[in-house]
Each structure stands twice: as C-alpha cells, then as structure tokens.
Design a protein around this ligand. Structure first.
Ligand SMILES: [Zn+2]
Ligand SMILES: [Zn+2]
Length: 323
C-alpha cells in the first residue's frame, strides 16, 4: 500500500511521511524530533519504522529537527551535496578570534607572502582595518571549525549521509524518487516525485514560480502537494517588512494563491486524485482564501471535479491518504 501523510506544512515546520511497499521516508524534518514523533503517533505511524529522511533544502523550517531525528532513529539522510554543505555551514560553530590572534594571523600570512615574493613587508595589516577589527572583536570568521567525529561535539554529525542530484532519479528501498530543481532562495532546492506500486506522489513547495521543468515533473501524478503560500493582497498590506515582502514575491520566493490558481486553471492536467495546498503563510494567508482560490480554478474544468482538494496545516497532521 502507498500512503502519504503531511505531519506539518508551513513556515514553522515541514515534514511528510511517504510509505511505499516496505519503505517509509520522511520528507524534511522541520519540527523538533519530539514533536515529529508525537505527530507520527497521532496518525499511527511508528517512528521506529522510518527508513530514511530526504531533504528539499536547508531552510530551518525543513531541517530544524533533522540531526536529532536521524540520530535517534539511526537512519541515513539524503541531501544534494550543496544542500548538505549549506546545512553544515548553518550548524557549524564559527571560529572566534581575539584581536591579538587576528594580528598574529596577519603576521603569519604576511610572512608567508614574503617568503613567496620578497618585496612584501610585515606592515601588511592596514592600521585602519585593524582598528575596525578591534571594535568588532571577537568576530566570526568564515571558516567553520572542522567537523568532529562524535555527535556530542559536532551538531552536523549524522549516522549516514547519501547524496543525490536534481534530475537524477534514485531508489530508496521500494520507493523511486525523482528530485527536480525548484526556484527558491536556497543552495540547491528540490521538489520530488515519489513512485511506488504504480502510484506517483509529487511534493512541490517553496518555489517562487512554476518553471517548465516543474510543470513537466508534476504531470500525471496521483497526489500533488503544491504550495499556496500567500494571498497577494494580504502580503502587500501585511506586517512583513518591505524587504521580506520582496523576497516572498520574488522568482525565488513562494507561490501565491493566485499563481497556484493560475497553474491549476490553465496547465494542471487534472490527473491527481488529491490536490493538497501546502506551506500556507499564517501571516499572509487564510485557509479559506487559499481553498476558494484553488476551488474556483479547479471548478473551471468539469473534468477535474473528481479531484479532492485538501489543505495541509501547520499545527496538526493531516489524515493519511492511502492508495
Ligand atoms: Zn519552507
Ligand atoms: Zn524555504
């Protein structure tokens, strides 16, 4: 049996469970481990039976509980290499340097350069630069501290790391996974089509618009989890600072109710038994607005009436959908 459960969807945390054959995958782990397990039990999913976690991108609402959950279950985490690198950078403690250490580093660097090209003097450290540095001291350097081998010391330690690439399908147990690139302001963000027992499930949230490659991927699916993040008017008049509004509205931000409705009305093939609207903003959207907007778009097509339209929520899991 193929099953799909959204445990959480929205800017405060995202996670879904995909089950196919004997395999069970978590898509993202954006809630604390404790909360993820609580929600799994609410929908009769045993956390101990999860085989792997696959990550869409490194934003905290998708990876907030990742390391703890993977360690507790002792399971592999699938990332793209760039997403893993960005996640490690996000979690790594930064080297702290005092002003004296920084001067010492300058001296060493200057000495090294002198050795290479004899004209370089030790006064390489610009006095103004040194002063500015002293004011902000101690500072973080861009250099992450090298990874340590134990989970206690290294927040990025995982039982097992597996890399995949967008555009290259992979197999996790009984589930085939097709990752595809989505336009979003992260290192290497992806959506997925999961396939098992002839059933296809698509997950596409956190995207600024729907480019042709995404449209091609989410065709002929039995279930479509698609973002319907914000109502344009609510976002414009809402509480976010202008810079954040710009980011959300950008080509690498989030899909509005209007953009999702346009897709559903004009390009969606109507094949999915379930269309789930996800990643709804709590500040800039209302579930009813998202629903009405999508319903109107779908009802424009008599052939699409068989589609069930559902809304994924932030604070409680959806009932499991079985195929
Ligand atoms: Zn997100
Ligand atoms: Zn994101």
């Amino acid at each position: 049996m193929v099953r799909f459960t959204v445990l959480a969807s929205g800017s405060k945390g995202n996670c879904s469970v995909v089950t196919g054959g004997n395999t069970r995958i978590l898509v993202d782990a954006g809630l604390s481990c404790r909360e993820l397990f609580r929600r799994m039990r609410l929908v009769d999913e045993d956390p101990a039976t999860i085989d792997a976690i696959i990550v869409t991108h490194e934003h905290s609402d998708h990876v907030g509980g990742l390391a703890v959950t993977a360690r507790k279950l002792g399971i592999p985490v699938y990332f793209t290499e760039s997403t893993h690198r960005a996640w490690v950078r996000w979690l790594s403690p930064r080297k702290q340097m005092t002003y004296t250490q920084w001067l010492e580093q300058c001296r060493k660097q200057a000495a090294a350069r002198t050795a290479e090209a004899d004209a370089v003097e030790l006064e390489e450290c610009d006095p103004e630069e040194a002063e500015a540095f002293a004011e902000s001291c101690p500072v973080e350097t861009a250099e992450p501290v090298p990874a340590k081998a134990t989970p206690e010391k290294d927040p990025t330690w995982l039982p097992s790391i597996k890399f995949f690439e967008a555009g290259k399908p992979l197999q996790i147990g009984d589930i085939s996974v097709s990752p595809f690139t989505i336009p979003h302001d992260a290192a290497d963000p992806v959506g997925f089509v999961f396939q098992a027992e002839g059933v296809r499930l698509a997950v596409a949230t956190d995207l600024g618009y729907i480019p042709p490659n995404v449209k091609a991927q989410i065709k002929r699916v039995d279930l479509l989890l698609l973002e319907s993040n914000h109502d344009l008017e609510m976002l414009r008049d809402g509480p976010y600072p202008w810079s954040v509004k710009q980011r959300v509205l950008s080509r690498v931000g989030h899909l509005s109710n209007e953009a999702t409705a346009t897709y559903l009305e004009t390009e969606y093939d109507g094949q999915a038994a379930y269309v789930i609207l996800g990643h709804l903003s709590e500040s800039n959207n209302l579930p009813e607005l998202a629903r009405i907007s999508a319903e109107r778009a779908l009802n424009g097509h008599a052939t699409l009436l068989a589609n069930r339209l559902l809304l994924a929520a932030q604070h409680e899991p959806m009932s499991t959908i079985c195929f």
